[in-house]
Ligand binder design. Structure first.
Ligand code: GLP
Length: 277
């Protein structure tokens, strides 16, 4: 894991946006995995700015969102469909048909979840996955004790998550109890992952995910198994990490670091595997 600690939330999001922009510049038809929540807001704002001011092109991009609340229609202001439209999609040129967000209102969740997984595979897998982290260490809505091999499915939200997310709703009782979410296993198949975390209330979960044991109690800890994760943190979110000095030292030495061969591309590997079969 690469740990990049920035002094401010905005700085952290601008750095993460640079990685997204670099991905699109190298691969204009990249498949992006997208997250909701307050954390990626400034990242999306920066991507919008890069699109509007610098011409960052999304016209060939495909997206898959991590999750959605069960029971919320797409026009509900608390739905993740609405969030994504307001904060990113309506400002950039991603073709509508390339946008995928789990449905919170399907008649058949099991079939939908299977279809969602198949769509990801058909699009060649996710090139770059953006993640936030819940205060209980979850990624997407993979609450504690979710299987680290899990796929897209329905999850019952933990009380902590319902409490945390109540701030977006009029009343805490309005927070849905169920969500449809990509699994930890689905997320781990992305070629590259950016985990973003900001603020003191994430510090404990961040420390457990990065420096603790791999455990389904903190599903973000499964990211330790992935070969290319970059964690962008602000100082507060990094405040409980034991090796902060080491992470800062690595960053300060980066300009002189020997260059590394890029990891093999996941979709390329999948293509090779299917050719061998
Ligand atoms: C929700 C989302 C997660 C997100 C988390 C943290 O639970 N399902 O994807 O990472 O909230 O949200 P925030 O960034 O608002 O703290």
């Amino acid at each position: 894991m690469e740990i990049i600690i920035k002094d401010t939330y905005d700085e952290m999001c601008r750095s993460a946006a640079k990685i997204v922009a670099k991905t699109l510049n190298c691969k204009p038809d990249a498949v992006l995995g997208l997250a909701t929540g307050s954390t990626p807001l400034a990242l999306y704002k920066e991507l919008v700015r890069l699109h509007q001011e610098d011409g960052l092109d999304f016209s060939q991009v495909t997206t898959f969102n991590l999750d959605e609340y069960v029971g919320l229609r797409r026009d509900n202001p608390q739905s993740y469909h609405y969030f994504m439209h307001e904060n990113l999609f309506k400002h950039v040129n991603i073709p509508r048909q390339n946008i995928h967000i789990p449905s919170g209102t399907t008649d058949n969740y099991e079939a939908f979840c299977r279809w969602y997984e198949e769509q990801i595979v058909q699009c060649g897998g996710i090139d770059l996955q953006i993640l936030g982290i819940g205060s209980d260490g979850h990624i997407a809505f993979n609450e504690p004790t979710s299987s680290l091999g899990s796929r897209t499915r329905i999850k019952t939200l933990a009380r902590q998550t319902i409490e945390d997310n109540a701030r977006f709703f009029d009343k805490p009782e309005d927070v849905p109890i169920y969500a449809i979410t990509m699994g930890v296993g689905t997320i781990l198949e992305a070629n590259k992952i950016l985990l973003l975390a900001a603020g003191k209330n994430k510090a404990q979960a961040v420390a457990a995910a990065i420096e603790g044991p791999i455990t389904s109690m903190i599903t973000a800890s499964a990211l330790q198994l992935h070969r290319e994760v970059i964690c962008f943190l602000d100082r507060e979110a990094a405040s409980q990490l034991k090796l902060v000095d080491y992470y800062d030292w690595i960053e300060s030495q980066r300009p002189g670091a020997p260059s590394q061969a890029p990891a093999p591309h996941f979709s390329k590997l999948r293509q090779l595997r299917s050719e061998v079969r």
